[in-house]
Structures are given as structure tokens and as C-alpha cells.
Design a protein around this ligand. Structure first.
Ligand code: ZN
Length: 162
């Protein structure tokens, strides 16, 4: 028997599978024990306005993000804003969608815009993306946590994308 290998564009595992570009599939972003469903996140921010993300906190965030620099150059130029979530208890604002776009923007000294889910929306997203009781446990733990210097602090500016 032969194994079928899926071929990705650019021979890059982060690029779409050739021939499957239009097949919808759920995409997840995981950080620590949290799991975010990106399709649901996009639904939740469909009526939001993108915010310009401040550079220094974004650069600090990207130091911890897993960035595949080869893939950065595969991204279409036309990709829209990313998505940031807001964790409770000052636990930060992770970029849950668009880390490679953000890395490219920082490298090329361009602005990076993101839709921002507030705490209530982030909690709702987590409860719909993972086991509800586990999501609630993590939420309670973050709510009562002490701020940590490595936390990603509010990184967005007021004002809208022009
Ligand atoms: Zn790629």
C-alpha cells in the first residue's frame, strides 16, 4: 500500500494543501492550556473595527510566538487584520490569529491591525472552543492570578484603521 502524502504550496506545512484550499476546516490556536477556535473567533469579531497594535508589546509577544520565517514570505500581501483575545486578571492579550502577519509587519516596519475580543467575548470563545468546565477552571485561575512582567499588556491604541 502506498501512503498518500498531501502536498502543500511552497512545500511548506503551514501553507494550504494543494487542491484543498476551499475545504473548510476548523483552525485552532493553542497557548498554555487554552484552545481558541479561529472560525468562532472570526464570527465573534465580524462587526468589530480593527485596531492598530502598538509595536513594543507586539514585539515582546512575538518573542514567545512560534514563527516560521520561511512561511512569512508565503503569505499573500492582501491578508486582513489579525485577532487578539483579552485574558482576565491582567494575563495579557494574545494574538490568536495572524502571528505570521504580525511578524512580517514588524520585520518590514509596517503597521499591524487586529480585531480585539474583549474579556466577555474571549470567555465565550474559550467556552465554545474547548470543554466548558475546563475553560471555566482556567478562566477562574487567570482571574485570580497576579500580573507577571512577561504578560502582554494592552497593546492596542484607541482609534480606528483609516
Ligand atoms: Zn508557507
Amino acid at each position: 500500500m502506498r501512503t498518500i502524502h498531501f502536498r502543500h504550496y511552497n512545500n511548506c506545512p503551514r501553507c494550504p494543501v494543494i487542491g484543498a484550499e476551499d475545504i473548510p476546516g476548523d483552525e485552532f490556536y493553542e497557548i498554555l492550556s487554552l484552545r481558541f477556535n479561529i472560525r468562532i473567533a472570526r464570527d465573534l469579531c465580524s462587526s468589530h473595527v480593527p485596531h492598530l497594535v502598538n509595536r513594543p508589546p507586539l514585539e515582546r509577544w512575538l518573542e514567545h510566538a512560534v514563527i516560521d520565517w520561511e512561511h512569512v514570505d508565503h503569505l499573500p500581501l492582501s491578508l486582513g487584520p489579525g485577532i487578539m483575545a483579552t485574558l482576565p486578571g491582567g494575563c495579557g492579550m494574545p494574538v490568536i490569529d495572524g502571528n505570521h502577519r504580525a511578524a512580517r509587519a514588524m520585520r518590514d516596519r509596517h503597521d499591524f491591525f487586529a480585531f480585539v475580543l474583549d474579556e466577555a467575548e474571549t470567555q465565550q470563545l474559550l467556552r465554545r472552543s474547548m470543554d466548558r468546565s475546563i475553560a471555566d477552571q482556567h478562566w477562574q485561575r487567570m482571574l485570580h492570578s497576579k500580573p507577571h512582567p512577561k504578560d502582554v499588556q494592552p497593546a492596542v491604541q484607541e482609534g480606528e484603521q483609516s
